[in-house]
Design a protein around this ligand. Structure first.
Ligand code: G6P
Length: 474
């Protein structure tokens, strides 16, 4: 780790979390987090002088800017209160449930909002102080929706992009937000506002029309400027992806293929392995999936002798009440299903409340005959794309909720409405019985899509539009 981070950056990424995790080892205090975003932006960060502004992931951790693995990192400290009110409160107990169509009830608390404003200001100040004259700043996700306007106010010379990784809801839902005007104002500070789906960009433009009566035309929004003129903010869909080649390479490794075989054997080599991989979040439809699977066992349409469901549920936002409740419900359900159906040698559900390194995930993807993505609402769902990218053998079937952003692109998946439990049960039965040729044909088309539209292409498209917007407004 060098002690000499940049003090002026031409390209600045701002996200709630830094792309590194703090370890407990003082000699080696940082580990790269496995997210795709850093992989996508790394080449850009290396060609221009880049910096990344974000929270180091622990309360009260004050760290000076530092260099890690060639990346210049600018930590933003959050106190215990900030974590509780800004991160767990407004970000993950107001915006998260509201934007996911109120699957859980959002809390509207003025103290949470005040903390959100305060922390967004801190991020904007950190970005403003590291950005060189005329730099490009790319802000990410719902935790930082006020940053674009705060940044423009401080630094009108900057080109500002914002990408929204989660859904943007229809106006009838968005309108609940007591601070709906301020949040739109915050986002409109960006030159390009990117969304996952065309529908999200449309919902945003509609909200802007309803709240401000600004003119919007094919994603170009005319925003008044303080001098009485106007500028254009572009709102458009840029579906995010993964670094598909990384999954492809891992899946070709003999040790990972051996691990996939070992996983199958350790489950008793059932005819079919179903797999679910999610953060333990109420948006993911884990309960619906378990219900459908449990009923198929009860109905005798499936038997533990032939089928096992492996459910990886990685721990997430564990101090937020809705997440605690969800965990209890899921673990009760898993316990009941296993209690009713397990035999001494076979288990209906192998439930794993852990997160795993990428190598182990790829082994699981290779071991699983069917991947179940049953989200009730999801910005994109990258697990669906990871599964496809890992299936170098052309095998495996993807069952995909029509409410996940990935459904717009992965049209050859078996689509399901997770609210329709009978439909979900029939879909699971039909994929288990799907003829080999049909299965391979679908996977081939899915793989083509995922390898062509990878995360590098996503960031290139966004940054090209951002650069063009600079030209247009100059
Ligand atoms: C989603 C959000 C990200 C967030 C991630 C993990 O994918 O779009 O912004 O970082 O979940 O959640 P966490 O609260 O642990 O950052």
């Amino acid at each position: 780790m060098s002690e000499h981070p940049v003090d002026e950056a031409d390209f600045v990424v701002v996200s709630n979390r830094l792309p590194v995790d703090r370890t407990d080892d003082d000699a080696d205090p940082w580990r790269r987090s496995p997210g795709g975003l850093v992989a996508a932006l790394e080449p850009v960060m290396r060609t221009v002088q880049g910096a990344w502004v974000g929270w180091p992931g622990k309360a009260d951790l004050e760290v000076e800017p530092f260099e890690f693995d060639g990346l210049s990192l600018v930590p933003v400290a959050l106190s215990g209160d900030d974590v509780q009110l800004y991160y767990e409160g407004f970000s993950n107990d107001t915006i998260w449930p509201l934007y996911h169509d109120v699957i859980a009830a959002p809390g509207y608390h003025r103290t949470w909002w005040d903390a959100y404003v305060r922390v967004n200001r801190r991020f904007a100040e950190a970005a403003a102080s590291i950005a060189a004259e005329g730099a490009t700043v790319w802000v990410h996700d719902y935790q930082l929706q006020l940053v674009p306007a705060l940044l423009r106010e401080r630094r009108p010379d900057l080109t500002i992009g914002y990408f929204h990784h989660i859904p943007f809801p229809a106006y009838g839902i968005y309108a609940q937000l007591p601070w709906r005007k301020q949040v739109l104002e915050g986002l409109l500070g960006a030159d390009v506002i990117g969304f996952q789906r065309v529908a999200d960009a449309g919902n945003f433009a509609r909200a802007v029309r309803r709240v401000f009566s600004y003119e919007t035309k094919a994603g170009a929004i005319s925003v008044p400027t303080p001098d009485g003129g106007s500028r254009v903010a572009v709102a458009k869909a840029y579906p995010i992806s993964i670094d598909a080649s990384v999954y492809d390479e891992l899946a070709r490794r003999p040790d990972i293929q051996a691990r996939a075989r070992e996983i199958r054997e350790s489950l008793g080599d059932p005819a079919t392995i179903l797999l679910g991989v999610d953060r333990l979040d109420y948006t993911k439809g884990i309960r619906h999936r378990l219900k459908a699977f449990g009923e198929l066992l009860n109905d005798g349409r499936l038997s533990v002798e032939d089928v096992t469901l492996v459910q990886v549920a990685s721990p997430s936002r564990e101090r937020v009440e809705a997440y605690m409740q969800l965990r209890d419900e899921i673990e009760l359900t898993v316990g009941r299903i296993n209690g009713d159906h397990d035999t001494v040698g076979r288990s209906a559900i192998r439930y794993l409340h852990h997160s795993y390194p990428r190598e182990e995930m790829v082994a699981l993807y290779l071991a699983a005959d069917v991947m179940l993505v049953t989200a009730l609402r999801d910005g994109m769902n990258l697990v669906a794309k990871e599964y496809v990218a890992s299936r170098i053998d052309g095998g495996g079937t993807l069952v995909l909720s029509e409410f996940a952003g990935a459904a717009d692109e992965l049209t050859q998946a078996i689509k399901v409405n997770p609210h329709d439990i009978d439909g979900l049960k029939d879909a699971i039965m039909s994929v288990i019985e799907l003829p080999e040729g049909e299965r391979r044909k679908r996977m081939k088309a899915l793989r083509r899509r995922v390898s062509e539209y990878d995360v590098a292409r996503w960031s290139q498209r966004f940054l090209d539009d951002l650069a063009a917007s600079k030209g247009a407004s100059a």
